[in-house]
Ligand binder design. Structure first.
Ligand SMILES: *Cc1c(COP(=O)(O)O)cnc(C)c1O
Length: 404
């Protein structure tokens, strides 16, 4: 853990993505981290076992608690995020729920983005409320709204940036200052940007959450999550809770995700170049009503994006002039681009949040959060951009065809 942090101070992000988490694992001089597919680890004696359990001696015990392959992935992402440590979890939602379970108690209050990943919001609204934790949902792109919602009992501010799927941003430094002033934690779901483009801890966040399923794994073949913490106290707390509740990750899953992570910088660079070109193409297309992409100069938070991100990312959302019907025609007619939820893979995917990822939020609340019925979300992959542009163009040109 500590070794990784020092390296990150010296090395670039691509070098870090390729080398972090691999240095201590050489048995035969292997270059790739091995998969330690063992549920348990033998002790040399009763005394040795007791010393490992008490923490007096380092050493592995049982893979729900710690596993070398999982630890390698945790170290790699923690290093990229500038965190003191990270806990890998079975899914992105296991990361979100580990954060809620670690830090929220009866009577506590949460201020969260209205425009959160659907399940992250619904847990607060329908599950944590059963345990006496209240939440207020705000437009976190407006710092004044976060400030206004803070109460003496507010224990956590939970935001996404860019937000899913509006692509609005939260000012991380501003949100961190408000949280700090009120003695609350700032937790940031950094899934949409990835640590290659944005490191919330640099702006004062306490906790960073990832669905590793998305950009970090990047190949649409594994589910996983992770919680990274700035301070050891918070890392220890999440580690304990995730281990107790059994939210932790399997070694085979960790190995695949670590393999994906090695090419994160290459994939994100290519995907965001494609996204910038497609955003420009859609913005000028006669069938498109609006485009939300932080890299467009008319995005209301374009300047903030330049300040807190190292690039504008590979996600965008847009509305079609023909509204919902036009959006459906477009999504039913793409050929190359997959019609599927999830994001951040090498392949481009298109989806309809109002009826898919965000259908679990009540319709009125969904619209109020800017998740319009007509909104289409596009995760741009690493294909040849001309092919993606042609695919969108032919599908857009089908709109209104039947009505002629
Ligand atoms: C996908 C996603 C999650 C949930 O992650 P899973 O790996 O599907 O459990 C949480 N937050 C964001 C922003 C996501 O995109």
């Amino acid at each position: 853990m500590k070794k990784g942090k020092k390296e990150a101070d010296r090395l670039g992000k691509s070098t870090t993505a390729i080398h972090s988490g691999s240095l201590e694992h050489t048995i035969y001089g292997e270059v790739s981290v091995p998969i330690f597919q063992s549920s348990t680890f033998a002790f040399s004696s009763v005394e040795d076992g007791a010393a490992r359990f008490s923490g007096e001696k380092p050493g592995y015990i049982y893979s729900r608690l710690d596993n070398p392959t999982v630890n390698a992935l945790e170290e790699a992402v923690a290093t990229l995020e500038g965190a003191c440590g990270a806990v890998a979890t079975a899914t992105g939602m296991a990361a979100v729920s580990s954060v809620y379970l670690s830090f929220l108690s009866r009577g506590d209050h949460v201020v969260a983005s209205k425009c959160l990943y659907g399940s992250s919001r619904v847990i607060l609204e329908t599950e944590l409320i059963r345990y006496g934790v209240e939440s207020t949902f705000v437009d976190s792109s407006r710092l004044a709204d976060i400030q206004k919602a803070m109460r003496p009992q507010t224990r956590m501010v939970f935001v996404e940036t860019p937000m899913n799927p509006s692509m609005n941003l939260t000012d991380l430094a501003g949100a961190a200052a408000i949280a700090k002033k009120h003695g609350a934690l700032l937790a940031v779901d950094n899934t949409f940007a990835s640590p290659y483009l944005q490191r919330p801890i640099e702006f004062g966040a306490d906790i960073v959450i990832h669905s590793l399923t998305k950009f970090i794994n990047g190949h649409a073949d594994v589910i996983g999550g992770l919680v990274a913490a700035r301070d050891k106290e918070h890392y220890d707390r999440v580690k304990k809770v995730a281990s107790l509740f059994g939210n932790t990750m399997d070694p085979h899953q960790a190995w695949l995700i670590l393999r994906g992570l090695r090419t994160l910088p290459l994939r994100v660079q290519r995907a965001q170049e494609n996204a910038a070109k497609l955003a420009g193409f859609l913005d000028a297309h006669p069938k498109i009503a609006w485009v939300s992409y932080p890299g467009l100069s008319h995005h209301p938070q374009h300047e903030l994006a330049k300040r807190q991100m190292d690039g504008f990312g590979a996600m965008l959302s847009f509305g079609v002039k023909d509204g919902l019907q036009g959006a459906i025609t477009l999504m039913n007619n793409v050929r190359l681009i997959g019609l599927a939820v999830s994001l951040g893979g090498v392949e481009s995917l298109i989806e309809h949040p109002a009826s898919m990822t965000h259908a679990c939020i009540e319709p009125a609340k969904r619209r109020e959060a800017g998740i319009l019925d007509e909104l289409v979300r596009l995760s741009v992959g690493c294909e040849d951009v001309e092919d993606l542009r042609n695919d969108l163009d032919q599908a857009l040109n089908r709109i209104g065809e039947g009505q002629k």
